[in-house]
Write a protein of this length. Structure first.
Lengths: 185, 185
DNA sequence: AGGTACTTTCAGAACATAATGAACATTTGG
DNA sequence: CCAAATGTTCATTATGTTCTGAAAGTACCT
């Protein structure tokens, strides 16, 4: 498969960013290529276009599958498997958030929880536990919030985001309402 | 400096997670140790407690500084530098978000923007550009929203988060209000 | 069954990143 | 100025990660 310069540039960029996003170079390239190509691609096409080994493609596919980022397709009269991105850009963003949460936050949260089972033994430990509690509460609040937001429909989420810092005004408004209800001035 | 088992466990855990969070093992350990210790620590104390070389500590300090995650302190009659976490847990979370945005998203956004300068040359390129546009818009919306949220005070942000999916109801409410204003049923 | 078209696996090579420690730089007190 | 205490740098070594390619596996034909 032939790529134009701009497509090439995008694919290579995703390769370079790959490791920052939680996977590796070739997986970044593979996913980028699938994203911008209108037709699903076979493992061989990926291998040839990106100049990476067939085996590497196979492992990459496995990994992308585990992130639920791609879907497998078949063409009639062709035994090859063809791959394409799974779902919309929104879904893709959701999946990446979720996977990263699982890898980057959940293990820490569970470690922190275990920590609060015992009483601190001395001042040093008391202080440490206090800090850990703060971190735990913050992480828990953020992850719960994030997962609630993820349950909203893309449209609502989009409205909310475009509203931007405007949410702040709505919160003020709500506060006024509820204090009036309680008869405060 | 002596660590209790639980503190040890937390420090080691942060080391293991370090690379997933965007820095390396020793930096994760160093920061964890500073977080849970009541007193600021010197470079030598870090080196000895974590069993890592003095030079490594120096580089780690440099990196943590570039993330603005630590502050340097001095004690009277002592020329050593002592280090402690900079700011509250909230500030720390903000800094990490921001740094990661700079590293993980901004470069991609600017690449994507460059891409829209030229007209697509063929169908393949038209399709690709369309997908890139979607990605661009999504990333831009998310980063703008995130940076607006960061400008809110921790209290407001905390209220908002605890409200959780409840924001959705507030949005509905607002929609009803504005459609009534326009005289719709 | 045997052949073909494809996919997966995995040991080892290639590459990338992090850590060490000795050499160098800087600051301060005398 | 020197010497002692501290901080920084960087070539080398150690560790970790990714990629390749050949071998093994699978599924479908005739």
């Amino acid at each position: 498969m032939e790529l134009t310069d701009k497509m090439q540039a995008f694919v290579m960029h995703c390769g370079e960013m790959g490791s920052r996003w939680g996977f590796n170079r070739t997986i970044g390239q593979m996913y980028a290529l699938l994203l911008i190509s209108e037709e699903p691609l076979s493992a061989n096409e990926l291998s040839q276009t990106l100049h990476i080994s067939r085996g590497n493609v196979s492992m990459g596919i496995k990994e992308l599958n585990s992130w639920q980022l791609i879907a497998t397709r078949h063409k009639p009269g062709d035994r090859k498997e063809y791959y394409q991105p799974a779902g919309s850009i929104w879904q893709m963003a959701n999946r990446v958030f979720e996977q990263r949460r699982k890898r980057e936050i959940d293990p820490t949260l569970s470690l922190l929880r275990d920590n609060f089972l015992d009483e601190p033994r001395d001042q040093q430990e008391r202080y440490a536990q206090q800090r850990l509690l703060e971190i735990h509460d913050l992480l828990e609040m953020i992850t719960e919030w994030a997962s609630e937001l993820q349950r909203l429909s893309p449209e609502k989420l989009s409205t909310l985001m475009k509203l931007g810092a405007g949410v702040s005004k709505i919160l003020d408004f709500r506060d006024k309402l509820s204090s009036k209800e309680r008869g405060e001035s």
